[in-house]
Design a protein. Structure first.
Ligand code: SF4
Length: 252
């Protein structure tokens, strides 16, 4: 499945970001349940209004909330971000850099991050692999999760959080960060461009013969092929991107 999807979506897929790990963490916290363009606006505004992360930590919370009002629930995210910054400083003797995570084994680095308030397996993996640390940690977003469940890689009733460990355990242990990143991106892009939430285009899916959901749908005559570039009933509003520039899309 990985090889076929990689062939379609063009692995190795370029990394979409090159933030330091603390900035990636703040970006990830802003992105929870938020459209990518809105969380990106909030992140840009936060960086524009404050000189550095200590300044965000020490600012009046309503000023932080105002800076991030482009994202969802700024009234919750502003105090959460400040609390996360405070906790990092307490645990690191005042140092807010997370670069040290690059020296830890991935499971230890993830555990360190997940001890922070509001940080779960998706965020910890995102910090390690999307930041310039480039560690081999697998994030699972809603597209990735949906496609994996339909393909039978995880039971349909497993939520996104616990799906992380199940899916990561299926990856070859010698895969490097680029291969792990490609796996996530390929499944995510497949969810955006073919395996739509409400009406997957099984008829043009490159892994149809491997997919129990697609096979079941074919047996009852569902899964009509959509034309390439068409995503008419994807109610998440995430249609196929015209080219790989679209991989900058990120989702919860
Ligand atoms: S066959 Fe259909 S359900 Fe299965 S992965 Fe492809 S688009 Fe999704």
């Amino acid at each position: 499945m990985h090889e076929r999807l990689c062939a379609v979506y063009g692995c190795p897929i370029p990394y979409f970001a090159d933030l330091d790990p603390l900035s990636e963490l703040i970006s990830s916290l802003l992105s929870h349940r938020t459209k990518n363009r809105d969380s990106a606006r909030a992140f840009r505004e936060l960086r524009a209004r404050f000189a550095d992360w200590p300044a965000v930590r020490d600012a009046p919370t309503d000023e932080v909330e105002s800076a991030i009002r482009a994202c969802t629930w700024p009234e919750q995210k502003a105090p959460r971000i400040q609390e996360v910054l405070r906790r990092i400083g307490e645990r690191r003797g005042g140092d807010l850099s997370l670069d040290f995570l690059g020296e830890l084994p991935v499971p230890e680095a993830r555990a360190w991050l997940e001890a922070l308030p509001g940080v779960g397996p998706k965020t910890s993996a995102a910090v390690l692999i999307f930041s310039r640390l480039r560690r081999a940690a697998l994030p699972v977003d809603s597209h990735h999760h949906r496609v994996a469940a339909r393909l039978g890689l995880i039971p349909a009733n497993v939520a996104v959080g616990p799906a992380h460990a199940l899916l990561e355990a299926q990856l070859p242990p010698d895969w490097d960060a680029q291969q792990v990143y490609d796996n996530h991106e390929a499944l995510m892009l497949h969810g955006q461009r073919c395996c739509f939430h409400f009406d997957p285009a099984c008829g043009r899916c490159p892994v149809l013969d491997l997919c129990p959901t697609g096979q079941a749908r074919a047996a009852v005559g569902a899964g009509t092929p959509h034309a390439e570039g068409e995503a008419p009933r994807d109610r998440e509003g995430i249609g196929p991107a015209p080219n790989l520039a679209g991989i900058k899309e990120r989702h919860d």
